[in-house]
Design a protein around this ligand. Structure first.
Ligand code: ATP
Ligand code: MG
Length: 425
């Protein structure tokens, strides 16, 4: 697949009329994917860098579907063509593009020759069988087209009104026909599907997500990917004192999240014995916070090896006892690397809605035995003292333990692409 400049439509319709056949070959015009970009448009002198990253991410997300031709149209639009592909394949491509960060809208569009009759014909067909009001919105990226945008909209709108009988409503139409005139062709389309928005993954550097099998951490990962962070994942299982179920869950969650970045790595640490050691050094009420500090220290050591500049957790203020303000401060004290907590101000119900929207909720709700519930003391300290925690850690040589855990992870590559996954990330 290459970034190419498209030639003019090979099968420009000849002698088409408003009621006759139009479009490339099939009489309907070639079906393509048109994407509208968001914040990236505002990036000024950095825009080229963002575009290059986004184009790469799009190519990765389209792997295994066949040849895709990508062209950037001005600052805010990308066109993907799959010449010769079935409509079903193009629809699949469009669906994949909805997960690519930086894309705000995804439309399936018809690519038509620059002929107002052909354009009108496709517009008419797109409104056939519809009810309610409509509007035509036209814009020209090629100002040499002989009609102005409002002339195009007026001409096509009048024909739709006459032939389909729908009333016009320019302010709040129930149906909209979009007509976009480019250098070599015209695109005609109706409603789009919302994309993720945000920034292309990789633009904001690398992070390491502490990934439990729960509801929150996958949502936290999604939020940071959406701000351009490429992430790796680290999961602590209670093994050998628990079964492997939590690892299966983490694996499925990462595979689901992989569609937002492509090329995800999951590192797994068997954490049971280390938890036992913390207990033996008298953690008692501080067991949970001490465990979380050890997780963070291990993550920091691994992040160093991976070139990750930040850790990401699913903490939300006050959600559970380990997430009181005092305890979060005690967690921050464990590491030097910044801890990003994108869910800090969210309610559980809001987080659950997000989890549903990104397709992770049903996986998170599967039963497992979380390592944190192992060795949970009867009473959990809500105001952990940092000096007490450091005392417990001193008895253990916790820094060495963290280094050891980080050096002995199991690596998995859960990919939503299956065999089409890239070999490297
Ligand atoms: P989640 O739903 O993400 O499990 P939670 O509300 O259950 O979160 P905690 O169990 O206190 O909260 O965990 C807070 C954060 O600590 C998690 O969001 C995650 O980032 C990290 N964490 C907790 N347990 C694990 C684990 N077993 N492996 C990796 N990270 C973990
Ligand atoms: Mg949890």
């Amino acid at each position: 697949m290459a970034v190419t400049s498209d030639p003019a439509p090979e099968t420009a319709p000849e002698g088409t009329t408003a009621s006759g056949s139009a479009g490339a070959g099939s009489g309907l015009g070639e079906l393509c994917v048109l994407m509208k970009l968001g914040e990236i448009v505002l990036k000024g002198s950095n825009r080229k860098l963002f575009e290059r990253r986004l184009h790469n991410n799009i190519r990765n997300a389209a792997r295994g579907l066949g040849e895709v031709k990508l062209t950037q149209r001005g600052a805010g639009v990308i066109i993907l063509r799959m010449p010769g592909a079935s409509d079903l394949k193009v629809a699949e491509l469009a669906e994949r593009m909805r997960s690519v960060m930086g894309v705000v809208w995804v439309h399936q569009v018809r690519r038509i020759a620059k002929d107002i009759d052909a354009v009108t014909d496709i517009a008419l067909r797109s409104m056939a069988g519809r009810t309610g009001t409509f509007a035509v919105r036209a814009r020209r990226r090629d100002k040499r087209f002989p009609m102005t945008s409002s002339e195009i909209a007026g001409t096509v709108g009048a024909r739709i009104k006459e032939a389909v009988g729908l009333p016009v409503n320019l302010k709040r139409p129930e149906n909209t026909v979009f007509i976009e005139v480019d250098k070599d062709e015209v695109f005609v389309f109706t409603d789009g599907m919302p994309g993720q928005g945000g920034l292309p993954v990789g633009m904001s550097g690398r992070g390491l997500v502490l990934m439990s099998g729960g509801i929150d951490s996958p949502v936290a990962a999604h939020r940071m990917m959406r701000r351009g962070l490429k992430v790796d994942f680290l999961h602590f299982s209670g093994m050998p004192f628990t079964g492997p179920e939590s690892i299966y869950k983490a694996y499925s969650l990462v595979r689901q999240l992989d569609r937002f970045q492509v090329g995800s790595r999951l590192f797994v640490v068997p954490f049971g014995k280390a938890q036992q050691q913390l207990k033996s050094s008298g953690a008692e009420k501080l067991q949970i916070v001490a465990q979380r500090r050890l997780m963070l220290k291990t993550a920091e050591a691994l992040a160093d090896d991976l070139g990750a500049e930040a850790l990401v957790t699913g903490d939300a203020l006050g959600q559970v006892s380990s997430q009181t303000m005092t305890n979060l401060t005690a967690l921050d004290d464990a590491v030097d690397v910044p801890i990003l907590r994108p869910l800090i101000g969210m309610d559980k119900t809001e987080i659950m809605d997000q989890a549903r929207a990104i397709g992770t909720l049903s996986i998170s709700e599967l039963p497992d035995e979380d390592c944190c519930t192992l060795l949970t003391p009867r009473q959990v300290e809500t105001a952990a003292k940092i000096t007490d925690l450091r005392q417990i850690e001193k008895r253990l040589d916790v820094e060495e333990l963290a280094e050891h855990l980080a050096a002995n992870t199991q690596l998995h590559r859960p990919s939503f692409l299956g065999d089409a996954a890239p070999a490297k990330v």
